[in-house]
Design a binder for this molecule. Sequence first.
Ligand code: ZN
Ligand code: ZN
Length: 224
Amino acid sequence: MTEVYQPIVIRTLIHNGGEASFIELANAIAEHHGKSVAELVKVVKRYPRQVLLKHGIVSEIDQGLQINLDLSKLSSPQKQALIEVCDIQLRSFQEKKQQHAPNPHDRTWEADVAVESYPEGISTPQKMISKVTQFDRDPKVRAWLLRAAEGVCECCHTEAPFNQPDGTAYLEIHHLRQLADGGSDTIQNAVVVCPNCHRELHFGSRKPELTRKLYQEINRLVPE
Ligand SMILES: [Zn+2]
Ligand SMILES: [Zn+2]
């Protein structure tokens, strides 16, 4: 969606008599986008500036841009017509954006993501405050499980993928009945797994199958 900034930049330059500082350009973009001016100054210097310079539409001036067009030779209606062209571009981008705005609860749009066009991303992500419920865990249960596993995943039986800075194997504790569902933090309800198996046990399509396999293979486990 960075191409949406170009008509705003051109429009602002014409409106300002040919020149504008990066801050003025960022302010103009801020009217259309809910981002901070400081962030938009960085954005302006990067994308629209580079593209418009490359195409010879603008030149660089101190802390700003200048349009490569002798505005003194244009009449007022001609300048107005140029601004309108930019506005039409801007509106069509905004309409397209509304149609394509991804719904976070519907992930089917992910299939249409084209690798050829780069997502804009978020240059300065805002801090989100979310509530997380934490459960008390017995460190002795964790220590016992890790000692007993001897650096090997109890699910796929391969060695831990890497060691921690203190030299011990990196493995994770998984509760078969999750603590959030009322499961206990005991060695009868927990296994030591590698990070891959752990993710699969939570998010994989084989989750029920893997959980059943763990109950069958590990004698200390008791279904809760
Ligand atoms: Zn594993
Ligand atoms: Zn888990």
